[in-house]
Design a protein around this ligand. Structure first.
Ligand SMILES: [Zn+2]
Length: 173
């Protein structure tokens, strides 16, 4: 299966996008294992992953629509963030410094905690969230600039093509 992984988005956003176009990419243990493998993450228990994903998806979706956050979903994210050991380390990188997850935060038990912690930071930071404007897409993303409307250039290209096609078929010259 081809997973809807943009490769450009924060971890919780990629995670939320496992619910995409009516397909749940975490619906079976095999599918879930495949997604976590593609993200180079240890695969956690599938049921727990799906529960956290539903909460994260709900919260990011609400944010993208300007709706208030659901308290139960917030609680689920907070519980996952608290349950797993996540530790950020400051480490030298080239001429500067970067934050890296400590070894304790990379095992299967910690992966969901790490995703939840990232979701807490993302939502607290007030990052804008948007849904791709392509009618057949709707993937969530964080717009790097205010005018970005599509998750990926292929989506904007496809939409332009569809518009062109429609114009041609609607106005036969
Ligand atoms: Zn798209």
């Amino acid at each position: 299966m081809e997973y809807p992984i943009l490769g450009t988005e924060p971890l919780p956003v990629e995670f939320a996008n496992t619910l995409y176009g009516g397909v749940d990419c975490l619906s079976t243990p095999e599918l879930a294992a495949g997604w976590f493998a593609e993200m180079a993450l240890a695969a956690p228990a599938p049921e727990a992953a799906r529960a956290l994903r539903d909460a994260v998806h709900g919260l990011l979706d609400a944010r993208s629509k300007g709706l208030p956050l659901d308290e139960a979903q917030v609680e689920t994210v907070n519980a996952h963030a608290a349950a797993a050991p996540t530790a950020l380390r400051l480490e030298p990188a080239g001429d500067g410094w970067e934050s890296r997850w400590a070894e304790t935060a990379t095992g299967p038990a910690a992966v969901l905690g790490r995703i939840a912690t990232c979701a807490v930071e993302l939502l607290a930071g007030g990052a804008p969230l948007r849904r791709c404007a392509a009618p057949d897409c709707g993937v969530l993303f964080v717009p790097q600039h205010a005018r970005r409307r599509f998750c990926h250039p292929t989506c904007s290209g496809r939409t332009r093509q569809a518009r062109y096609h429609r114009r041609r078929t609607e106005d036969p010259a």
